[in-house]
Design a protein around this ligand. Sequence first.
Ligand code: DQA
Length: 147
Amino acid sequence: PSVLLLHGPNLNLLGERDPAQYGRTTLADIEARVTELGAELGVDVACHQSNHEGVLVDHVHAARRLHQGIVLNPGAHAHYSIALRDAIEAVSIPCVEIHISNVHAREPFRHTSVTAPVTRGYISGCGVFGYDLALRAVLHRMAEGAE
Ligand code: DQA
């Protein structure tokens, strides 16, 4: 089995961007950590990041043929991308949404997620540890779907 780990805009700057919110861990560190946990749990992890909404939509579409689950940090697209929301809804594989920061403790515009209602799980505010939770959660959803 395999899972897509997909990151949206500005997350390529993790490590240097706003460390008070996101810490010092880089995207490469996160991808390595999730890949390693995946290996322990017996799942391949394919990692992609894009600053472009349409590219993210394309990755979600492609995932339905290539993978059995998605772990998604949509970045700011969570707050307004109906296109990304519709893409997640259109594919039948489970998607778990993760935000590093606690979006509910931040600006009001971050309190809404248009993508969350079509995901099979939502994690926010656990820091990068949230990725461990998100991978385990999506594997749980995949196993449920395979029952
Ligand atoms: C984020 C939260 C979003 O509000 C923000 O736009 C990001 C990062 C997070 O991981 O905490 O880019 O998704």
